[in-house]
Design a protein around this ligand. Structure first.
Ligand SMILES: Cc1cc2nc3c(=O)[nH]c(=O)nc-3n(C[C@H](O)[C@H](O)[C@H](O)COP(=O)(O)OP(=O)(O)OC[C@H]3O[C@@H](n4cnc5c(N)ncnc54)[C@H](O)[C@@H]3O)c2cc1C
Length: 486
């Protein structure tokens, strides 16, 4: 049986990054992936959605026009857009494969099952079984010809990710009642689409399909869309989406969904029925932690079913680590990769502790949203004296030049120290602006650090120091009546 220093289960952004990093650390690595390298992120998440997002954004600028241009005719072929999306995905997926190969990582294409845990005290490796589907079985579901093989490893990193949540009453048929996995591959734009759930994934698809001409209805159980975001951002986004004729219905409970009518029928608890050609169910994600042998070897899970890990991403069993969507923290690709690096570094003997307090995220509606650190409404702020600064795109030269005057950035600074403790905003390239604040926060920076960082002019990034300085009433390009009261 071939022995490895590390066996990584799952080739998504948590697993493949852990493998690449560990290979750089000089270890002998195996990656077991049952589907495609790149995981959800590259194949059916971040990347394909952002290809569609950027095409939808381009279409929006053609439709709404820019000053001085008169565009009489334009056309698009959605199938070509999907083909382009597939090209991008396959370029990135094969790139991951090439990188792993170049670092001598052994990649096994099969489903992994942990037979036994490593025994660190006695220096005994764990054993992992790999079930490799035969080509024949892919077509006829007959499991008899599956090949099995076993490898052993001194350490195991579990990075099996998550899948779309499904409720039996929603009768997902993968045809007209679909999840985010299938919607990325439909070849034509539906006339109408009902989206169940107005979280990040629901709102991103609402924006995309609305731009491409679908009549979009969003149905959300909670009283607001993007309910975990800053309230002002949630309201602002609601206003923008509603202004594009997306029908947003909040505090609405869906009872069941069935095939029929134009394609599918959504029955609400009130008895009302909504028909649509397609229904997208985006109500959250479930964790891929079953059928892995975790329970059998005694790996502890928390009350939400996530694998419990310590600050080194090690589980309760020495030598077994877990990373990405299946552990605590937000379900984000960059967080998954960070987890992978933490595990890899600790296995290499460099004690690194994870810290999610400076962890940015983005939401790609048009214009996009970016957030980092604390935001108004967070419990942690109850014990902190802080100030809020804001600056709007309408007062930034580059934003006006780009005709991107919609949006604002809001920054929180600590009263006593001037430290930047959080920021959120919506506007063109907001995720890139948030990257700068992330760097300042990573280095524990304060208002003066933002002020004396010289920003190239004209850029959207000039919004950053202005919003930060506004928290103490000192933004340069903003009239602040408080300062001139005397
Ligand atoms: C529509 C959508 C859009 C998204 N957009 C963004 C975004 O813009 N930005 C962002 O940060 N995040 C985004 N995400 C979230 C992001 O994709 C995930 O957080 C990220 O992929 C998690 O990485 P992971 O490695 O933990 O898991 P995954 O990417 O899910 O990878 C896990 C891998 O493990 C494999 N696997 C599972 N079980 C086994 C087994 N038994 N044996 C072998 N292999 C196994 C799976 O096949 C999979 O390839 C999006 C998600 C979705 C669904």
């Amino acid at each position: 049986m071939e022995n490895f220093d590390i066996c990584v289960i799952g080739g998504g952004p948590a697993g493949y990054v852990a493998a690449l990093k560990s290979a750089l650390n000089g270890m002998k690595i195996a990656v077991i992936e049952k589907d495609k390298l790149g995981g959800t992120c590259l194949n059916r998440g971040c990347i394909p959605t952002k290809v569609l997002y950027s095409k939808a954004k381009f279409l929006n600028s053609l439709k709404s026009g820019v000053s001085g241009f008169h565009i009489d005719k334009y056309n698009y072929n959605y199938e070509d857009i999907i083909n382009y999306k597939d090209e991008v995905v396959s370029t990135l997926v094969s790139g991951v494969g090439k990188l792993l190969k170049a670092r001598n990582v052994s990649v096994f294409n099969g489903a992994a099952f942990i037979v036994s845990a490593p025994d660190k005290k006695n220096n005994i490796s764990g054993v992992i079984k790999i079930v490799i589907k035969s080509q024949e079985n892919n077509n006829n579901n007959n499991n008899n010809n599956n090949k099995e093989l076993e490898i052993s490893a001194s350490n195991i990193i579990v990075a099996t990710g998550s899948s779309p949540a499904m409720i039996p009453a929603f009768h997902i048929d993968h045809n007209n009642i679909i999840t985010s996995d299938e919607i990325l591959n439909i070849k034509s734009i539906p006339k109408d689409i009902a989206i169940i759930g107005a979280g990040v994934i629901g709102c991103e698809f609402a924006n995309i399909f609305n731009e491409f001409g679908s009549k979009v209805t969003m149905l959300e159980l909670l009283p607001a869309i993007l309910s975990t975001e800053d309230k002002e951002i949630s309201k602002f986004t609601n206003k923008i989406l509603a202004s594009k004729d997306i029908e947003i219905r909040t505090s609405i409970e869906v009872d069941n969904i069935s095939a029929g009518g134009k394609g599918a029928i959504v029955s609400l608890k009130t008895g009302e029925k909504i028909e649509a050609e397609k229904v997208l169910v985006s109500i959250g994600r479930i964790l891929n932690t079953n059928n892995l042998g975790l329970k059998e070897i005694g790996v502890e899970l928390d009350s939400k079913g996530k694998i419990k890990t310590d600050v080194h991403n090690e589980t309760n069993i020495a030598g077994i680590y877990a990373c990405g969507d299946i552990i605590d923290g937000p379900m984000l690709a960059h967080k998954a990769s960070y987890d992978g690096i933490i595990a890899s570094e600790n296995i290499a003997g460099r004690k690194r502790e994870k810290n999610y307090s400076v962890l940015p995220w983005s939401i790609y509606v048009n214009p996009p949203i970016g957030t980092i650190g604390l935001k108004e409404g967070d419990k942690e702020l109850e014990s902190i004296k802080y100030r809020v600064g804001r600056f709007s795109y309408g007062a930034n030269g580059m934003a006006l030049a780009m005709e991107e005057k919609e949006g604002f950035l809001k920054v929180l600074t600590e009263d006593e120290t001037g430290k930047i403790i959080g920021a959120t905003g919506i506007g063109a390239d907001m995720p890139e602006l948030i990257a700068e604040i992330t760097a300042i926060m990573h280095f524990n920076g304060n208002i003066k650090d933002a002020e004396f960082t010289i920003h190239s002019h004209p850029t959207l990034s000039e919004i950053v120091p202005e919003a930060v300085l506004d928290s103490i009433g000192e933004a340069i390009h903003k009239y602040n009546p408080r300062m001139f009261k005397k």
